[in-house]
Design a binder for this molecule. Structure first.
Ligand SMILES: [Zn+2]
Length: 179
């Protein structure tokens, strides 16, 4: 099992690299991402959250756990949707955020096949959250400076015991959506 990277880990601030080779490596990457997303009870997980700085994430879309490799937003609809977001890398932090309501995304699967699909509401929110991870942006970076300061202080105080407890808890809890 790979270690879940938490707020403060430099890999979460890096811009991820394009994936150019498809094969066993990307088949394995998909399996690893989905395995960990399920383990931690998330609805999305980006490769940097497991310490891999590559442009890939997985997400539960409908009934399916999908992988998105080299995703690009190619079109956006009109309007925003506000929702409460959390992140597996930010234990205990939940806040409200605006996201674009409807997006069209071009991406590749683990075999390198190209797709272009349109997503709305919940699915669009998850995809935007994960795509930000690939740019080294966490959802808290999109909040006001005041809120960011509060989160920074909360995270700094997170004792390693609590982090361990959180990781145990995250294994059990499947109820709250986390990304
Ligand atoms: Zn996240």
């Amino acid at each position: 099992m790979m270690r879940l990277r938490l707020y403060g880990d430099p890999v979460l601030k890096q811009v991820s690299e394009e994936i150019t080779e498809f094969g066993d490596n990307t088949v394995e990457l998909k399996a690893t991402l989905i395995k960990h997303m399920r383990k931690y009870g998330g609805v999305g997980l980006a490769a940097p959250q497991l310490g891999m700085s590559v442009r890939a994430f997985c997400a539960t879309i409908g009934e399916e756990d999908k992988v998105f490799i080299n995703p690009l937003i190619t079109n956006v609809g009109v309007g925003y949707v506000r929702s409460r977001e959390g992140c597996l890398s930010l234990p205990g932090i939940v806040d409200e955020l605006n996201r674009i309501k409807k997006i069209t995304v071009e991406y590749q699967d683990e075999y390198g096949t190209h797709y272009e699909d349109t997503y709305e509401d919940r699915d669009a929110i998850i995809i935007q959250h994960e795509m930000h991870h690939l740019l080294g942006v966490l959802f808290c970076d999109l909040l006001s400076e005041l809120k960011q300061d509060i989160i920074k202080r909360k995270m700094a105080k997170l004792p390693s015991k609590l982090v361990k407890a959180y990781k145990r808890e995250v294994l059990k809890s499947k109820s709250q959506p986390k990304r």
